[in-house]
Design a protein. Structure first.
Length: 215
């Protein structure tokens, strides 16, 4: 089996999980095991916390390890521009830094409670409104990722100076994801970031999960 991998290794975009989901689906078809959707999701969760979402696709709220999924209603599409780094960030290292970050800022951070999705995020998704979504986007791993790689701050600033509604570290980094108002703005942002010698790709979401294609 050969995997044509286009998502950078350790890029914080779930590329390895997507590869695992595709491989799991391919093996099910190749071996004609006829697993149900729930069985595939259960096996995917054993491979990695993000694998079930890569199988499911769409828009979902993840709880537990991130593998307990509930579909979320989203209208329309959102335009993203991703600035890729020429280095990787270790996910375990970023999580360790998050623990240390919370200790350092214990007096300023509210106690960590059961994770939940901000209602503003769900409302923005239901409305299909990128401006509203930009106002409520955040990532707890952004501060530790920036502490490990301070240069990513300049990338965030550059994107927001060139028309992005908001920028956020993707996952554990180092990829930076910028939300654009529409397709035209996304194309202009892509050109601006490319002119700054950054490796850039454009993406539209939400999208389907792993699926079989026929020639």
């Amino acid at each position: 089996m050969t995997i044509d991998k286009n998502v950078p290794v350790a890029g914080g975009m779930g590329g390895g999980s997507a590869d695992a989901a595709a491989t799991l689906l391919a093996c099910d078809a190749l071996w004609n095991t006829g697993l149900s959707r729930d069985e595939l999701l259960r096996l995917g969760a054993q491979l990695g916390a993000d694998v079930p979402f890569a199988l499911m696709g769409g828009t979902a709220v993840g709880t537990g390890r991130g593998d307990e999924l509930s579909p979320a209603l989203a209208q329309g599409q959102f335009q993203w521009v991703l600035a890729l780094a020429d280095f990787g960030l270790s996910t375990p290292a970023v999580y360790r830094e998050l623990d240390e970050h919370r200790v350092r800022h214990l007096a300023d951070i509210n106690p960590v409670r059961q994770p939940r999705v901000d209602s503003g995020v769900l409302q923005a998704l239901r409305a299909g409104d990128p401006a509203r979504l930009a106002d409520v986007m955040y990532n707890d791993l952004q501060a530790p990722a920036l502490h490990l790689e301070p240069g990513l701050s300049a990338v965030l600033e550059l994107g927001e100076q060139n028309g992005a509604l908001a920028g956020v570290i993707s996952g554990s980094g180092p990829t930076v994801a910028f939300l654009a108002p529409d397709l035209d703005d996304a194309l202009e942002l892509q050109i601006a970031l490319s002119a700054a010698k950054l490796a850039v790709v454009r993406a539209t979401g939400p999208v389907h999960g792993a699926r079989l294609l026929s020639d």
